[in-house]
Write a protein that binds this ligand. Structure first.
Ligand code: NDP
Length: 268
């Protein structure tokens, strides 16, 4: 193996320790426990399991969790459509950064090092965690060619915006990208957010590149990323493993956003 592991699990542990002190101080000062509210429609096993994991992680941190469920049989009128739900959220409590105000501010925010030009905003937790890994490992982003494969609103697109803001030169790829392998090979920083197990192969990666794998897939009961880890680790310079890379960072970024939202709420 030539690549060094970007250890999201260790990093998340360190950041959780820092957050513990912040949560305790906030609760002491305001008499309010920072709490996440989760709305779930139906009993989809993956959603139930994700909700349970959030509840456990938040409890360990001294933070609150409130679950609101709608029955599987809820009518469309009861659930409202997703765009309307996003729009109905308060942008100041939108801790996964899906409200149009937050996505708009992320898009309009000036590059790091210049006056921000927009109000505060929340960034979706998963790409925020990916960027935090790069920053904590002190990886230079300015002037680097970053390629993001995947353009969803919760992972790919915000990751591209974050890297652009850090003065990387960013290419966004998707299912219609021509010669994806060649585009990936041109990346100094390659981010995969595709949802296809081990799609990014060893010969798609430039020697020494930094690889951030957001993928969460299951093959024969085993979790794996969107990157063919066994092949790519022989080529890349730094790589996030799956599990143990971007995944553990997501909850920590969610916690950070909840504390920031709680601060905004008490500040009025
Ligand atoms: P989506 O399905 O919303 O988006 C997938 C993206 O990948 C789309 O933009 C799609 O292109 C693109 N894509 C699909 N197939 C190909 C292909 N063959 N070649 C190039 N691009 C392709 O997924 P998400 O963004 O929600 O999730 C991405 C991955 O991240 C998943 O594995 C998911 O499980 C994981 N994830 C991880 C989290 C974490 O905490 N680490 C949290 C959330 C997600 P197009 O737009 O053209 O359709």
């Amino acid at each position: 193996m030539t690549a060094t592991l970007l250890d999201g699990r260790q990093l998340a542990k360190k950041l959780r320790n820092e957050l513990s002190a912040e949560v305790a101080a906030f609760t002491e000062e305001y008499g309010v426990v920072p709490t996440i509210a989760v709305v779930r429609a139906g009993e989809d096993p993956a959603s139930v399991s994700y909700g349970g994991a959030i509840e456990k992680a938040f409890a360990k941190q001294g933070m609150g969790f409130a679950l609101h469920t709608l029955p599987e049989t809820a009518s469309q009128g009861e659930i409202v459509d997703l765009a309307a739900v996003k729009g109905a959220l308060s942008p100041d409590k939108d801790i996964d950064g899906v409200h149009p105000v937050n996505t708009g501010r992320l898009t309009q925010a000036a590059p790091i090092g210049r006056p921000a030009m927009v109000g505060p905003f929340f960034v979706p937790a998963t790409p925020a965690g990916g960027l935090e890994i790069l920053k904590q490992y002190e990886i230079e982003l300015q002037g680097k060619h970053a390629v993001v494969v995947g353009r969803s609103n919760i992972v790919g697109k915000p990751m591209a915006m974050l890297l652009l803001r850090e003065n990387a030169t960013v290419t966004m790829c998707h299912s219609r990208t021509a010669d994806l392998a060649a585009v990936c090979r041109s990346a100094d920083i390659l981010c995969a957010a595709v949802g296809r197990a081990r799609m990014i192969r060893g010969d798609w990666v430039k020697p020494g590149a930094i690889v951030i794998d957001f993928g969460v897939n299951f093959v024969d009961g085993q979790m794996c990323g969107d990157v063919d880890f066994e092949a790519v680790k022989e080529v890349a310079g730094l790589i996030t493993p799956v599990p143990g890379g971007t995944g553990p960072m997501t909850n920590v970024m969610l916690m950070r956003n909840v504390i920031a939202a709680a601060r905004r709420t008490v500040a009025g």
